[in-house]
Ligand binder design. Sequence first.
Ligand SMILES: C[S@@+](CC[C@H](N)C(=O)[O-])C[C@H]1O[C@@H](n2cnc3c(N)ncnc32)[C@H](O)[C@@H]1O
Length: 212
Amino acid sequence: MTDLAAKTKQLSAWTGAFGDAYIDRNPPEPALLQPRVKMWSRMLDSLVGRPPQSILEVGANIGLNLRALRQVSPATLYAVEPNGKALGRLVEDGVVPQERAFQAMGGALPLADGAVEMAFTSGVLIHIAPDDLPATMREMHRVSSRYIACVEYFSDQPREIRYRGEEGLLFTRDFGGLWMDSFPDLQLVDYGFFWRRVTGLDNLTWWVFEKR
Ligand SMILES: C[S@@+](CC[C@H](N)C(=O)[O-])C[C@H]1O[C@@H](n2cnc3c(N)ncnc32)[C@H](O)[C@@H]1O
């Protein structure tokens, strides 16, 4: 993991003090969790009658999504997260047991082909440099037997945005389009927008795809 982290500016940041500060800014309190519960209710509504039995979050941090998911889904949950402090907190808090929590990066997922029914990211693809995105997306596609989901900042055209005053840490684009263009076997199930003004979330675009 240390070797992998040394490879990119982004992973170096997320596995260091910058990543640790994110944990402190985003505690698992009701004000942050309740909007996620609503977010996942809406997204899983698109899969009524055929919900995923197992779900992997890539870049789970301390598991705000997984904590919310536990409230709306009986699925077996898995977490991948490169920041050791965040992953440790997620396990300590009993969100996911140690054996389903992996300190790793999206470009090298330590799971077998088709190990989970859904793999998703939330605010993670935006933090991967464009050249490194295909590896993470290939890995998510490999380990998911059925569904891929993502919740990310949208931009019609790829562009970089300064993040917390720094360059090289946030890249937005049409991630849904990239999923569909990269993997012709993915069929769109549903997509939508969470509006910051009314949801308590950021302005986020979400997609759910199914392998066909
Ligand atoms: C903005 S936070 C989002 C955390 C969480 N998904 C959420 O929605 O609350 C980005 C997370 O992605 C992780 N991350 C960054 N680069 C990653 C990569 N290449 N693979 C997997 N996770 C990564 C960071 O360590 C951090 O926990």
